[in-house]
Design a protein around this ligand. Structure first.
Ligand code: ADP
Ligand code: MG
Length: 336
């Protein structure tokens, strides 16, 4: 931000307020202190684009505006089961002209079958349940099982206003076998997640491709539109999630490679990122990492998932070499 906001941009070509009245100084506040809106992305384009270019290596969404849904993947082989513990694909959406989290919760609560919550299930595992109706212990169990988001604590997230009125209007919806989840009003209005044990990314992505349009249709049936523009694609709460907003990742055991000096460079070249298995800002424990695509702008959903599958296969190969005490230099890939 400091580099992109040149004196020239601040003074002479100073971006104007967005049509709904967000002044540029406010847009950069989480960023310094306050939330922006969809129109700010356009109004403050000159300021944001160099930053997005730096973060994602691109500023275009990587697919034509008339093809808004992910295509089904073809012929993807799952990575090795001994290394990959679980796989997940998710994206988010923002409801146009709304900063209000209640919108998304209302869409789910009042929706018709198959998404409507059924009262009969509330005793055990309701399909949709409000965060505030669960005890701390129940919430913790769900967080530990990787189904539920945790309360945002990072000052960066808090400054954006995303924890306002927490836990009001927050909740999750899930299918019967807990492989398809929708988070309501965590960071984005809806977050759509496909997840399962093991390394079958193809199955996870297929479920994601089938489920996402159904969730989108539900919101559209309530006359909600999603923030989207041809320059950036989908506009989500966090600038790291623009474009496709897609994060495809695995929890993977890499006790040798995880300690290797070349690991960060290998990930960078594969356009992958690592974090701990407790989510963003957590460190890896016991050589188990969350590895996922680093950018979500400039590539299609299919390309991003393919990048993760191919990258993970290579990481496993490297781990196996290191298990045998062999070198990995010849496997280090070129920059993607
Ligand atoms: P997001 O990028 O969707 O915000 P976070 O990093 O905040 O995800 O993590 C949210 C939760 O999802 C955490 O409990 C995390 O462990 C879980 N999670 C993320 N990726 C996977 C995965 N591949 N397998 C199992 N759980 C996962
Ligand atoms: Mg998160």
């Amino acid at each position: 931000m400091a580099e992109a906001r040149t004196p020239e941009l601040s003074a002479e070509r100073r971006p104007k307020s967005s049509p709904s009245g967000f002044p540029p100084d406010h847009v950069i506040q989480t960023r310094v202190d306050n939330p922006g809106d969809e129109e700010s992305c356009d109004v403050c384009k000159e300021l944001f684009d160099p930053i997005l270019e730096d973060r994602h290596g691109a500023t275009s969404p990587g697919r034509a505006p008339d093809r808004p849904q992910p295509r089904q993947p073809a012929g993807r082989r799952p990575p090795g089961p001994n290394y990959v513990l679980s796989s997940r694909v998710r994206t988010g959406r923002s409801i146009r002209a709304s900063a209000c989290p209640r919108t998304a919760a209302a869409a789910f609560r009042s929706s018709s079958s198959p998404w409507k919550p059924r009262r009969a299930w509330t005793a055990a595992w309701p399909r949709y349940y409000a965060l505030k109706s669960r005890t701390e212990a129940e919430q913790q169990q769900l967080i530990d099982d990787h189904f539920l988001f945790y309360k945002p604590l990072s000052p960066l997230l808090l400054a954006s206003g995303m924890a306002r009125d927490w836990p009001d209007a927050r909740g999750i919806w899930r299918n019967d076998n807990k492989t398809f989840l929708v988070w309501i009003n965590e960071e984005d209005h809806p977050r759509v997640i496909s997840i399962q044990i093991g390394g079958n990314v193809k199955e996870v992505f297929t479920r994601f491709c089938n489920g996402l349009p159904q969730i989108e249709t539900l919101f559209k049936s309530k006359n909600y539109k999603f923030m989207w523009n041809p320059h950036l694609g989908y506009v989500l709460t966090c600038p790291s999630n623009l474009g496709t907003g897609l994060r495809a990742g695995v929890h993977i055991k890499l006790p040798h490679l995880g300690k290797h000096e070349k690991f960060p460079e290998v990930l960078k070249r594969l356009r992958l990122q690592k974090q701990g298995t407790g989510g963003v800002d957590t460190a890896a424990v016991g050589g188990i990492f969350d590895v996922s695509n680093a950018d979500c702008l400039g590539f299609s959903e299919v390309e991003l998932v393919q990048m993760v599958v191919d990258g993970v296969k290579l990481l496993i190969q490297m781990e196996q070499r290191l298990e045998q005490g062999q070198a990995i230099d010849d496997l280090v890939p070129a920059q993607k």
